[in-house]
Design a protein around this ligand. Structure first.
Ligand code: AMP
Length: 600
């Protein structure tokens, strides 16, 4: 079956060039031979890493087959591997997880004990990630031809990096990619021309980086054919940035003189070639941006945009209405599904609605297994007798699974934490809807806060209430994305013993800050360095509100014996009820502490 025949909206074009034809053939070959490719990948991983300390432990005795692997190697989480990972971080260069030298650590947005998980990676993984990237435009070109005739306006950012005690670099996977020679010295490809200069993408100062990328996007507005960022929240931040800074941007365009706030020498140097006085363009930008109307701002400023390239699946689905409003409903193809541990796959039907987005895992990227996901009766995963997990080619349509990966970098049977639903097959490769990540209660951007973290933050904050003889009787939370950036809202019902000595507004503000200080590093980085999360808000609700919530749930069929107040609410009627009972609102007076260095 060809790529064209497997789609509900048939593609309108054929491959853009010979390189594209080759990439599409590769997709065909991989998806037609899903099981055989998986078998080969596992045997390669096991033979390459046979002498590692980790695999030696399970006495595979040179076996590279699935049966032995599944029978002997346990299913693990990050916490299980932490001793090995810590040794690598501390400088132990012996082959612990991988026979290849660990080139760096990728820091995931998933955390463990409040810190980003450290994923050891090897140099050749960069090529594998690059391979997946190289498949995206050939697929997109089938649906949106002519993308070689213009540019992409992508807001891309690098983040702070650190060194582990043993001297290895630790940084997010995209920062690693943008700083790589593969990215910086990429050969010219007419399908991959961006308005943002490398100098702006690589600038660690988020204001200067964003300002320059926006300025270039405005200057080249008519050439822009696609607008994007990695996640939807990132693009919304860029639009908000435009709303706040259009005057300065228009001034620069009018005069041809770069804003003095841009001090990075390499940006100044490259902008001296790009920025020329253009009063007419400056007048246009002023006309479009003054006033409050942001409806269709994307298509008004960049009229040739054919689609908005951001991920809006999973936690990002909350941003679809706002992106639609800004873009006038342009298509939202979510092109790929990837993680720090491993890049998984791509969307072969990019023009479908986000609610129908499906990803096809490329079987060459790693070895993939699946735990049937049953939230009511979860499968016990004992280390001694691991259950037989389902292989990629054997999944059943309509069922949910938790993803387990084994990678060339040395992760073996590692639980990623993602829950996927199989929606169908492309050739012999299953296609998945991303359902959710396990244990995530709140998420605005890359942050993921779980129930235990929220609970701990509430406990820490409520200590400030002791001297007022006040305690938090009940609480719940909501990720409020009506503000840009979005922010966490925590609803508190308080028991105040002595109303004469109730906690003051200042104390409740301080409670917000203590909660933020208690959050994990990704949250705090979002608040401090990336400006991707707004100040946390506590809304105190009237006494009896949570009883009303219970009554409401029971009226809708919940069992009175089993009722537990939800720790996060998204259901509109419940949110309305909560909002109607708010007696006071409080915000963090300042940002929490954050530095790139890991704590402990
Ligand atoms: P990180 O470890 O920070 O690289 O984040 C990887 C995680 O982001 C994945 O395990 C998913 O939970 C989530 N993710 C990545 N790509 C997508 C996508 N296309 N749709 C929804 N969630 C995604």
């Amino acid at each position: 079956m060809a790529v064209e025949s497997a789609v509900s909206t048939p593609p309108v074009a054929s491959p853009g060039c010979e390189k594209h034809a080759k990439a599409l053939e590769f997709i065909e070959e991989m998806t037609n031979n899903c099981d055989a490719v998986q078998e080969r990948v596992l045997s390669e991983i096991l033979s390459t890493n046979a002498q590692t300390e980790y695999l030696q432990r399970f006495q595979l005795n040179g076996a590279i087959d699935r049966d032995t692997f599944k029978a002997k190697v346990p299913i693990v989480t990050y916490e299980d591997l932490q001793p090995e990972i810590q040794r690598i971080a501390n400088g132990d260069r012996s082959p612990i997880l991988s026979s290849h030298p660990i080139s760096e650590f990728l820091t995931s947005s998933g955390t463990s004990a409040g810190e980003r998980k450290l994923m050891p990676t090897i140099a050749e993984e960069m090529d594998r990630r690059q391979l997946l990237y190289s498949l995206l435009m050939p697929v997109m070109n089938l649906y949106v031809p002519g993308l070689d005739k213009g540019k992409g306006l992508y807001f891309l950012f690098t983040k702070a990096e650190t060194k582990t005690p043993g001297g290895l670099v630790a940084r997010p996977v995209l920062t690693s990619y943008y700083r790589s020679e593969q990215f910086k010295k990429r050969p010219y490809d007419p399908y991959l021309v961006y308005t943002s200069p490398n100098e702006a993408i690589l600038c660690a100062d988020s204001f200067q980086s964003m300002y320059t990328q926006m300025l270039c996007g405005l200057i080249m507005r008519e050439e822009v054919l696609r607008v994007g960022a990695v996640f939807a929240s990132g693009l919304l931040r860029a639009i908000r940035f435009l709303q706040l800074n259009w005057k300065e941007l228009a001034d620069d365009i009018s005069s041809g003189i770069l804003n003095p706030r841009i001090t990075d020498p390499s940006i100044k140097e490259c902008m001296s070639k790009i920025l020329k006085p253009n009063p007419e363009l400056a007048r246009f930008i002023t006309k479009e941006c003054e006033g409050e109307n942001l409806a269709s701002i994307i298509t008004r400023i960049w009229p040739n945009t054919k689609y908005v390239d951001v991920i809006v699946t999973g936690a990002m689905a909350q941003y679809i209405p706002t992106i639609d409003y800004y873009s006038g409903g342009l298509p939202l193809p979510c092109t790929m599904y990837a993680s720090s541990e491993c890049y998984f796959g791509l969307n072969l039907k990019p023009m479908t609605k986000p609610s129908e987005t499906c990803y096809t895992i490329m079987p060459n990227m790693g070895y993939f297994e699946f735990i049937p996901h049953d939230p009511v009766n979860p499968i016990p995963l004992s280390r001694d007798s691991p259950p037989r997990l389902v292989d990629l080619a054997d999944l059943e349509v309509g069922k949910e699974y938790e993803l387990v990966i084994s990678t060339y970098s040395g992760l073996c049977r590692y639980r990623v934490g993602d829950i996927l639903l199989v929606t169908g097959f492309y050739n012999s490769a299953p296609q998945f809807k991303f359902i959710r990540r396990k244990n995530v209660l709140l998420s605005i951007d890359a942050d993921k806060t779980d129930e235990a973290e929220l609970q701990k933050a509430i406990e820490n904050a409520s200590e400030l209430l002791n001297e007022f003889n006040t305690r938090v009787v009940e609480y719940t939370s909501h990720g409020d994305t009506n503000t840009i950036p979005g922010h966490y809202v925590i609803y508190w019902e308080l028991h105040v013993k002595d109303p004469e000595n109730a906690p003051t507004h200042e104390v409740l503000n301080k409670c917000c800050l203590v909660m933020e200080e208690s959050m994990n590093t990704v949250y705090r980085q979002g608040r401090v360095a990336d400006n991707s999360i707004g100040p946390l808000e506590i809304r105190v609700v009237k006494n009896g509100t949570f009883e009303e919530l219970m009554d409401y749930a029971i009226s809708r069929g919940a069992s009175i014996n089993q009722y537990k107040p939800p720790r996060c609410v998204n259901f509109a009627p419940i949110l309305e009820l909560l909002k109607a009972r708010v007696v006071s609102a409080h915000f963090s007076p300042s940002a929490p502490h954050w530095t790139p260095e890991r704590r402990g």
